[in-house]
Design a protein around this ligand. Structure first.
Ligand SMILES: Cc1cc2nc3c(=O)[nH]c(=O)nc-3n(C[C@H](O)[C@H](O)[C@H](O)COP(=O)(O)OP(=O)(O)OC[C@H]3O[C@@H](n4cnc5c(N)ncnc54)[C@H](O)[C@@H]3O)c2cc1C
Ligand code: HEM
Length: 390
């Protein structure tokens, strides 16, 4: 809970701090990486630093957290913290690292706000930082404790590598040592760590695309991003027989509960719903399931065979497809929920590019699905949740 003393200070300085976050975050990262270059080797994404997405997500989350405290001083914004905590734990963030971030963030704040900062302002924002940090540390401890082991990275052997559609590849891996394996929930992801051609270690997250609950194999499907760092290495360099390092599974967008389900996905965003669909098919569920998927063309659909097989296996499931390249028998162009008979009281899982997710979420709300039942996964830093997507 934010103290009575700090509340008016934060309220008065939030617009100013918010307007300077764009300068504070690069200053912070610059300082932190200068002092701790090891954080760029196997922890922070070099691409997200270069394209600015991580800066936006961090700045947005701090401003969002402070605004939420103003609106509701006794509560913390759970959804935002949960998302960050799952990402952090998938990267092995530890409690002591919060001191490092604190030090360089507040040095950056002192420099960027030098014209206005007072001891009182610095203290109030320090309180906000530690409220957020302590809340994250608590959730992260809980998430680590749920795992079947206390390791961060485990060696897994690639046993299959199969093309999936025109631009993607499915990898099947089995444990390369005897570390106990956590059964994941459908919708969860693992972090994958690889060495780039220049030797730098980089980590990315991949949703499990099938058999999430298995403790003997991991399956994920990656789309090649030719401008990217890790996916080309996975596609071009990693071979059957190689050992790669995987994290335990994390992620809070999971298939839970009962009742009708709508999956609305675009492109490679089909991976988490494909594993949920596989789980429903395997369990012989008779929940009403509506699978909505958008692609460039049929050939690009990475998990076409798996998903159509599973839709067929679930008697109560139906599939509708939108293809950008007009194809007979399918909807043409971008996905639209208009005119669809969405099951009442459905839980909806959305995954794809941000503009797609925003459009579908708005349409779903217009169609009567409560916003609390619409869950989405962003395949990158979540600048949407942080309100930093403009
Ligand atoms: C929870 C979660 C689940 C995910 N699940 C999947 C999945 O199932 N399948 C899947 O394929 N992906 C998934 N992703 C995405 C995946 O983690 C990677 O982001 C993706 O594979 C691209 O990684 P990369 O290293 O190839 O590209 P990166 O190196 O991360 O580059 C990303 C983009 O940034 C651009 N970029 C790089 N440097 C700059 C610069 N200097 N200026 C401007 N732009 C720049 C690149 O051109 C590229 O397009 C998931 C992500 C998350 C967070
Ligand atoms: C209160 C303190 C912190 C806040 C508010 C915060 C916030 C965030 C946010 C919003 C994201 C993006 C999540 C997403 O993918 O949507 C993130 C990711 C990340 N955080 Fe933190 N974080 C904090 C502390 C830390 C600490 C102590 C470390 C360790 C040095 C750390 C390392 C990372 C890394 C490595 C990522 C992923 C970055 C990437 O891949 O580009 N964070 N954090």
């Amino acid at each position: 809970m934010l103290s009575e003393k700090s509340r008016p200070v934060i309220e008065a300085t939030l617009p100013l701090v918010g307007s300077r976050l764009g300068a504070i975050t690069p200053n912070f990262y610059g300082r932190m990486f200068a002092a701790h270059p090891e954080l760029l080797d196997g922890l922070f994404s070099r691409a997200n630093q270069n394209n600015g997405e991580q800066q936006k997500a961090l700045a947005g989350s701090i401003a969002g957290f402070a605004s939420a405290l103003m609106a509701n001083p006794d509560m913390v914004p759970e959804t935002m913290l949960s998302r960050i905590a799952h990402k952090h734990t998938a990267l092995g963030i530890t409690e002591d690292q919060y001191q490092i971030v604190y030090k360089y963030l507040f040095e950056a704040i002192a420099e960027e706000l030098a014209d206005v900062i007072t001891a009182e302002i610095a203290e109030a924002w320090t309180e906000v930082y530690w409220l957020m940090a302590d809340a994250l540390i608590k959730i992260e401890k809980g998430l680590y404790a749920q795992q079947a082991n206390n390791k961060m990275w485990m060696p897994w052997t690639v046993v299959e590598k199969m093309p999936a559609g025109t631009d993607s590849m499915t990898f099947v891996l089995v444990p390369a040592d005897d570390t106990p394996v956590t059964a994941a929930r459908p919708g969860q992801f693992v972090s994958v760590k690889v060495a780039l051609p220049d030797g730098l270690l980089q980590v990315r997250q991949y949703s499990l695309s099938a058999d999430a609950e298995s403790t003997t194999r991991r399956v994920f499907t990656t789309k090649r991003d030719d401008g990217g760092e890790v996916s080309p290495v996975l596609h071009n360099n990693v071979k059957v027989g190689d050992v790669v390092e995987l994290s335990n599974p994390y992620g809070d967008v999971t298939l839970d509960g009962e009742g009708p389900v709508v999956f609305a996905t675009a492109g490679i965003g089909c991976t988490p719903s494909a594993s949920a669909l596989r789980a429903l098919a395997t369990a012989g569920e008779d929940r009403e399931v509506l699978v909505l998927h958008a692609e460039k063309n049929l050939e690009a659909w990475a998990l076409r065979e798996q998903m159509t097989t599973d839709v067929d296996a679930i008697g109560s499931a139906t599939l509708q497809l939108w293809l950008e390249e007009p194809t007979e028998g399918f909807h043409k162009g971008f996905m639209s929920l208009e005119g669809l008979d969405l099951p009442a009281n459905a839980s909806m899982y959305v995954c794809g590019p941000l503009p797609f997710m925003k459009a579908i979420r708005n349409q779903a709300i217009d169609a009567g699905i409560p916003s609390t039942k619409i869950h989405y996964e962003v395949f990158g830093p979540d600048v949407w949740l942080a309100g930093a997507d403009n």
